[in-house]
Design a protein around this ligand. Structure first.
Ligand SMILES: Cc1cc2nc3c(=O)[nH]c(=O)nc-3n(C[C@H](O)[C@H](O)[C@H](O)COP(=O)(O)O)c2cc1C
Length: 201
């Protein structure tokens, strides 16, 4: 009996539950109340629809505002997941990977390529902050338009383009007989090598 107890104790002690990378924690930046501090530790996932900007050899690009919740969340955890779905062809694509901000130069170039209305809306907006009334927004838009009329240069310092470098990409194809097809690409240790595997539906 005593031997068994010792064995169990040794096994428990040897479990590698603490043998992994833990998040950096800056206690100076902790919220002022234990309630908020607890909430901030829960790291609840969030989700929203974003437009896919482009796809190149670096990965999948999207654009967000650098002073909003999305950028804050990525700053806290660069791991992201993307889901695409085309209902007419019954196809889903899921990605897991890391999001990295592109250079200031590329972000600025992307902003300048936007249609005028998009640039005005971006400059006028304090995205996701509480808006007192629709009038407040229209007033900010009018101010931006007046500034343009006076010849001011339209710049949005917080316009951010991110690229997601995937660690895995899965294609799912619906099939009428319900034997759906799934193909997963997993990044190998060499960045150009992908492990391709079929998955059960
Ligand atoms: C079709 C569609 C495309 C969207 N594209 C973007 C986008 O490219 N960038 C963006 O910041 N928000 C986009 N949004 C709005 C976001 O889903 C989200 O509501 C907004 O960015 C605020 O999110 P947050 O408060 O979680 O940061 C899009 C919404 C829809 C429905």
């Amino acid at each position: 009996m005593a031997d068994n107890a010792n064995l169990t104790r040794t096994k428990l002690r040897d479990l590698d539950i603490l043998d992994r990378a833990f998040p950096e924690t800056d206690l100076d930046k902790f919220p002022d109340t234990p309630h908020d501090a607890f909430q901030s530790c829960k790291r609840c996932p969030d989700a929203r629809i974003l437009s896919l900007k482009r796809l190149d050899e670096r990965g999948w690009h999207f654009t967000i505002q650098g002073d909003g919740p999305k950028a804050q969340q990525i700053a806290g955890n660069e791991n992201v997941a993307l889901t695409f779905y085309w209902p007419p062809v019954g196809r889903q694509i899921r990605l897991r990977g890391k999001a990295t901000q592109l250079s200031e130069e590329e972000c600025t170039r992307d902003f300048l390529e936007q249609p005028l209305n998009s640039r005005i809306a971006a400059v006028a907006s304090k995205q996701s902050q509480v808006l007192e009334s629709r009038g407040e927004l229209l007033c900010c838009v009018a101010n931006v338009k007046s500034a343009i009329a006076e010849g001011k240069h339209l710049a949005k310092l917080e316009w951010r383009v991110y690229v997601v470098t995937p660690s895995s990409v899965e294609f799912w194809q619906r099939s009428n007989d319900r034997l759906h097809q799934r193909l997963r690409f997993t990044a190998g240790s060499n960045s150009n090598a992908w492990v391709k595997e079929l998955l059960w539906p």
